[in-house]
Ligand binder design. Structure first.
Ligand code: GRF
Length: 218
């Protein structure tokens, strides 16, 4: 079995999409090896994603940042707990804490994130609001490997959506998330099938180094 550990802080709709994809067999390893989420961690006790994990009989673990003196201490404890599940892939799905450099280095090349913008545009928060304010005609989402630069690791795959003139940030977010729920499981599938890796700071798919916007279908 290929083991996926997911980190969340909130609703967990991307987690749900991954759980559903594992359940249906569309996220799996090579030669019929199954893919499975083996644990979900949250830094927020009330994260609804923890409920989603419990509903699927998956360990749902809240780690309280308030119990640790520093970010480094929290991350060290979290790493130890994560590693007890021996994940093949660590997936950040709406995990809102800044990661320590030690944490990033420990999982380099096997940790991915989904960010709601067409990176490198709009790293950080409030991306939907920023796209509307800027008058952008298109917006979207990016899956990328996690490096020490916030939202700056090599992009694997992006999905674009139109921005309509009367859009609210909430409407735009909903449109973006519909795409996220498709591209995140697909990217995970590539990784579990050993088609995707990070090498020399780039994302590589099927032996081809991907450009700054990731894989693009011609
Ligand atoms: C997603 O839109 C993702 O891009 C961002 O956080 C959001 C998490 O949503 N990193 P959910 O918790 O998966 O519903």
């Amino acid at each position: 079995m290929k083991k996926i550990v997911v980190l969340i802080s909130g609703n967990g709709s991307n987690l749900q999409a991954i759980l559903d994809a594992c359940e249906s067999g569309s996220v799996s390893g090579t030669e019929g090896i199954s893919g499975a989420v083996t644990a979900v961690f949250s830094d927020k006790a009330a994260a609804y994603g923890l409920e989603r994990a419990r509903s699927s009989d998956i360990p749902a673990i809240f780690v309280d940042p308030g119990e640790f003196a520093s970010r480094a201490d929290f991350d060290a404890a979290l790493m130890e707990k994560i590693d007890s599940y021996q994940p093949d892939l660590l997936v950040l799905a709406g995990y809102m804490r800044i990661l320590s450099d030690e944490f990033v280095r420990h999982y380099l090349g096997k940790m991915i994130n989904i960010h709601p913008s067409l990176l490198p545009k709009y790293p950080g928060l409030h991306t939907h609001h920023k796209a509307i304010e800027a008058g952008d005609e298109e917006h979207g989402t990016s899956v990328h490997f996690v490096t020490e630069e916030l939202d700056g690791g090599p992009v694997i795959l992006q999905a674009k959506v139109p921005v309509f003139t009367d859009d609210t940030p909430e409407q735009l977010q909903e449109r973006v998330q519909t795409q996220e729920h498709k591209i995140y499981p697909l990217t995970i599938q590539w990784f579990l099938q050993d088609r995707l890796k990070m090498a020399d700071g780039s994302a590589v798919l099927d032996g081809k180094v991907l450009g700054s916007h990731g894989y693009a279908d011609e």
